[in-house]
Design a protein around this ligand. Structure first.
Ligand code: G3H
Ligand code: 13P
Ligand code: ZN
Length: 316
């Protein structure tokens, strides 16, 4: 059942976080739904601009509709990840999305406010909620690369002002994470101090943590043992998901980790079966492994086992 992002946030706020997982194809969708049913967790499906372009945006929507029929127990929201203004309007007008993210975080504060406000107005007119971003994460997202030196943490006072000026429904904050598999050069450092200051100024307001993959080192080691060359990778300590949730982080975005599961499964499969060329056997393994991975993340986010609670809250 597709629900609004706001409904999920209302149940989760301050207690646990909803996992927001990107999908690009049918295998990822199957693994995601299976993992969320196995762990009895509500979730958010994210679609990036790149995912919409990968095949066709209608293909992803059809996959999600089909998954909704195959897994009638599932409760989830559909969200545009890192949208620009044009893509936000396209999603708002499609009638399919529960929420959109307008990412104008690379623009100066005033311009970010101006763009976000326009998107909020259009989205609210259709009952859709808006995630905005303030501060700048490091790493790579789509065609934008931000090096560590240019990444900047969210200023708590600015965050309060930004939310008041724009009327956005949730805020992605830069608190030390970055996108991709190379998040930290030295020791990992989530800035709980900054997060606490933001929550103090915006009590009850849902915050979002991007760049939250944990980049499991055993996964990377297996990839490299099967011919990969991923060096100096580092991710977020997943034991920090719940403490972040207690400080108002209601949505935690995880994408890179799923790509690592895919890469490990396929590299190992074709290393061990060099005579094979059918993509279905490794595809099957991937769906199982991805489901296991998703269930394990939902446990760490605290969303596992919350499906019935959310169902009751939604049905009133
Ligand atoms: O933050 C970006 C997400 O990992 C989505 O990545 O834009 O390559 O689909 P993508
Ligand atoms: P990761 O690269 O850490 O998986 O972050 C994903 C993300 O923030 C999607 O918006
Ligand atoms: Zn992101």
């Amino acid at each position: 059942m597709i629900v609004t992002t706001a409904q999920l946030f209302k149940v989760a706020y301050g207690r646990f976080a909803i996992g927001a997982y990107n999908i690009n194809n049918a295998e990822q969708a199957m693994g995601l739904f299976r993992g969320c049913i196995q762990s009895q967790a509500p979730f958010i499906i994210q679609i990036s601009k790149g995912a919409r372009k990968y095949t066709d945006k209608r293909m992803l929507e059809a996959i999600i509709r089909a998954a909704d029929e195959i897994f009638p127990e599932a409760i989830f929201a559909v969200h545009l990840d890192h949208g620009d203004e044009e893509t936000c309007y396209d999603c708002i007008n499609s009638g399919f999305y529960s929420s959109v993210m307008i990412d104008a975080s690379h623009d100066p504060f005033e311009k970010n406010v101006e763009i976000t406000k326009r998107v909020v107005e259009a989205a609210h007119a259709k009952g859709i909620s808006v995630e905005a971003e303030l501060g700048m994460l490091g790493g790579v997202e789509e065609d934008i690369q931000v090096d560590e030196g240019n990444a900047c943490l969210t200023d708590p006072d600015e965050a309060k002002k930004f939310v008041e000026l724009t009327g956005c429904d949730s805020l992605a904050c830069a608190i030390g994470t970055s996108h991709g598999a190379f998040k930290f050069k030295g020791k990992q450092a989530l800035r709980f101090d900054v997060l606490a200051e933001i929550q103090k100024r915006l009590p009850g307001f849902p915050l979002v943590m991007h760049g939250s993959s944990s980049v499991p080192q055993e996964e990377v080691a297996r990839i490299n043992a099967a011919g990969g060359q991923i060096k100096d990778s580092a991710g977020v300590d997943p034991k920090e998901y719940l403490p972040a949730a207690k400080l108002g982080v209601t949505k935690i975005n995880i994408d890179t980790d799923g790509r690592l599961v895919w890469t490990r499964v396929h590299r190992e499969y074709f290393r061990d079966h060099p005579d094979q060329f059918d993509f279905r056997p490794p595809g099957k393994i991937f769906m199982e492994e991805y489901a296991k991975f998703i269930a394990s993340r939902n446990e760490l986010l605290g969303s596992a086992g919350k499906l019935e609670e959310v169902r009751k809250a939604i049905s009133g």
